[in-house]
Design a binder for this molecule. Structure first.
Ligand SMILES: Nc1ncnc2c1ncn2[C@@H]1O[C@H](COP(=O)(O)OP(=O)(O)OP(=O)(O)O)[C@@H](O)[C@H]1O
Ligand SMILES: [Mg+2]
Length: 333
């Protein structure tokens, strides 16, 4: 049993969280709005924002949890994958603080942490379970054997599904990040109005780069005939694009469940906030007798709660870091 401080700084969210004896007490997130005007995350600006935010955020969660620095047993931080400059801020801060307090650091893999977010609140899945991790940079089908043992069953060969949401949104003229906007518009549209070619790759892997080209060509053709096509069909376009992406995700997820003979199914990562995906998963659960696990919205996108709970498990396993550990932008799984 231990008191762990978790720090997340892999992309454009600076976040801190305290986990006491396996219970996540709080989860403070400073989202960086500065990137919106550029239509995507600007790495150097992200690093500078992390530098500005990290001290107040950490102070606030410690105060909120009524934990003084001397009470901490370890500091968990995102070592990778992510943006190098952004990771550097969190990892340097965590290592310096751990050194000053003479406690261990606990380097955490960001994608594994997305999965372990399921152990913050009840109901918690039982091992082994399958997790579809869908985020801005990754799309992975995982066999989760334990908190520290996960096997990749399949993953995207090119774009992540979050990227497909964001790029499709851009084609529709929506602001960044477009995923949540597509979700909102889709709820008012007809998902069967337009059809887009679903690309396929063998086994349990995914490919999402073809679909955005298919959307691009379709829109070009239609806009030539009617320049107001996008505005006039925005809800139906969003619904049809979202439906296509969800069906692609579900197809391989069903295959994976069948292949592994597992009916405990979880989703994780930013795109698991998508209402259409949540609904479709619930439908499939009723049909296929799955027990499903969907994270609370605050634990879908990047957050330190998932880093703190990962720190808790790794601390129990005595998996500590070294002062010489450098951030790993492409950290192996
Ligand atoms: N409701 C939603 N519907 C669809 N997509 C969404 C929704 N909410 C967030 N997203 C998408 O989730 C992604 C962000 O998720 P997350 O923060 O987990 O990704 P990341 O940290 O950038 O990438 P990674 O975790 O792979 O390093 C973005 O692509 C965003 O558009
Ligand atoms: Mg993430």
């Amino acid at each position: 049993m231990a008191i762990i401080l978790g720090i997340e700084s892999s992309c454009d969210e600076t976040s801190a969280s305290v986990c006491i004896n396996g219970k996540v007490i709080n989860n403070d997130i400073a989202t960086q709005d500065i990137h919106e005007q550029y239509g995507g995350v600007v790495p150097e600006l992200a690093s500078r924002e992390h530098q500005r935010n990290i001290v107040p955020i950490v102070s606030h969660v410690l105060e909120n949890a009524q934990i003084s620095l001397e009470n901490l047993d370890g500091i968990a931080y995102t070592r990778g994958p992510g943006l190098l400059g952004a990771l550097l801020v969190g990892s340097s801060f965590a290592k310096s603080m751990a050194q000053a307090l003479n406690i261990p650091t606990i380097p955490v893999h960001h994608m594994k942490a997305h999965v372990l977010a399921h152990f913050i609140d009840d109901p918690k899945p039982q091992f082994p379970f399958i997790c579809l991790t869908v985020s801005g940079g990754h799309t992975q089908l995982l066999l989760v054997k334990s908190a520290t043992e996960m096997v990749i069953l399949g993953q995207t060969k090119d774009d992540a599904v979050g990227e497909a949401f964001d790029k499709s949104a851009k084609l529709l003229g929506l602001p960044y990040p477009g995923g949540p906007m597509i979700d909102k518009l889709a709820s008012k549209g007809d998902r069967n109005k337009f059809q887009f070619a679903k690309s396929d790759v063998p086994a349990l892997d995914y490919s999402f780069s073809g679909i955005k080209t298919s959307i691009l060509y379709f829109l070009r053709k239609e806009v030539k005939k009617n320049e107001n096509f996008v505005e006039e069909n925005l809800n139906d376009l969003a619904a049809s694009i979202q439906f296509t992406l969800i069906e692609m995700l579900m197809f391989k997820l069903k295959l994976a469940a069948k292949q592994e003979g597992i009916n405990q199914i979880a989703i994780a990562g930013g795109v698991s906030a998508n209402l259409g995906l949540r609904k479709r998963l619930t439908e499939e659960a009723n049909k296929s007798d799955w027990e499903i696990f969907i994270p609370d919205f605050q634990y879908c996108t990047d957050n330190a709660g998932m880093i703190a709970i990962s720190g808790h498990f790794l601390y129990e396993n005595q998996q500590f870091g070294l002062l010489t550990d450098s951030p790993l932008p492409r950290m192996p799984f």
